[in-house]
Write a protein that binds this ligand. Structure first.
Ligand code: C2E
Ligand code: CA
Ligand code: CA
Ligand code: CA
Length: 274
């Protein structure tokens, strides 16, 4: 038993070492990745339940590295945040996403907006507001076509400053969506005060919707609460019909997930628009 324990320990240790080495390698190759055009965006549609219409696409970052293959954003966003690379990378994402939606609008589709994930590191930059304003002006895109998704937990961390920043963005005409709602502690305390337009229920609550179709679970309560506060509600990670039925029953506004479409390259995403 002692032997096994020791072997386990060594195995764990080696694993940790591998993880750290990989992190460092990723950090190094990310620096070159931007110059080498290794990043791209995929777009996932968000459907309005009532009209069955695409109300927006969420832009999701993809990295195809010659060295590491396809790296998941879950594995590199954190590294980009701690190295500061998220600032220029996030600006690139915004430009690329705005180009995409401009193209959609120019094709004659009017009521579709673009949803872009924003790291709190970006939000904290002094010139974030003017950067966003500049990109929109440069593309000739009305601010109402842009929605910024900000993760709940990080938003709450520096609440006063972040609230001020978000108010300024909204004054510009940009919509704000609270991402991963329900995963942080203080959600309910702050929700009433947050100057936001959209609430995205975290996937974990959608996963918990019972496949029996039973109308219990927290997602329904979150939808009612959000509607009481006048917020539009988006459910992310919808994968099956049972979840959709449940969300319809609770009058959820918008659904997004593999049941409808995976995130797709721009050309393919555009083909989803009738
Ligand atoms: P997120 O913003 O919560 O995005 C939702 C994630 O769930 C995406 O993963 C999406 O591909 C995935 N997803 C969508 N529908 C389903 C489904 O039905 N089932 C399952 N299992 N997954 C689904 P992805 O693209 O790997 O992104 C992971 C996270 O990385 C994002 O979570 C977001 O926090 C971050 N991220 C992605 N792109 C960007 C970016 O441009 N900027 C920043 N700051 N973060 C980004
Ligand atoms: Ca998101
Ligand atoms: Ca999310
Ligand atoms: Ca998430």
């Amino acid at each position: 038993a002692k032997e096994a324990g020791r072997r386990n320990y060594i195995f764990f240790d080696k694993n940790m070492n591998d993880i750290i080495v990989r992190k460092m390698k990723i950090q190094n190759s990310m620096k070159k990745a931007m110059e080498n055009n290794e990043f791209s965006l995929h777009y996932q549609p968000q459907y309005e339940i009532a009209s069955n219409r695409i109300r927006a696409f969420e832009a999701l970052l993809r990295w195809n590295s010659p060295e590491h293959g396809f790296v998941s954003p879950a594995d590199f966003i954190g590294i980009a945040e701690s190295s500061g690379l998220i600032v220029p990378l996030g600006e690139w994402v915004l430009n690329e996403a705005c180009d995409f939606i401009k193209h959609v609008i120019d094709m004659g589709h009017e009521n579709i907006s673009i949803s872009v994930n924003v790291s709190v590191i970006q939000l904290m930059q002094e010139d974030f507001l003017s950067m966003v304003d500049g990109v929109l002006k440069n593309k000739g895109l009305k601010p109402s076509y842009l929605e910024l998704e900000i993760t709940e937990s990080v938003l709450i961390e520096n609440i006063d400053l972040n609230m001020k920043k978000i108010k300024e963005l909204r004054e510009l005409g940009v919509k704000i969506s609270l991402d991963d709602f329900g995963t942080g502690y203080s959600s309910l305390t702050y929700l009433r005060e947050l100057p936001i337009d959209v609430l995205k229920i975290d996937k974990s609550f959608i996963d918990n919707i019972l496949s029996t179709g039973e109308k219990s679970g927290l997602a329904g309560s979150i939808i009612s609460l959000a509607h009481d506060l006048g917020l539009e509600v988006v459910a992310e990670g919808v994968e099956n019909e049972e979840q959709l039925k449940y969300l319809e029953w609770y009058n959820c506004d918008v659904v997004q997930g593999y049941l409808f479409s995976r995130p797709l390259p721009g050309e393919k995403a555009m083909k989803l628009i009738p």
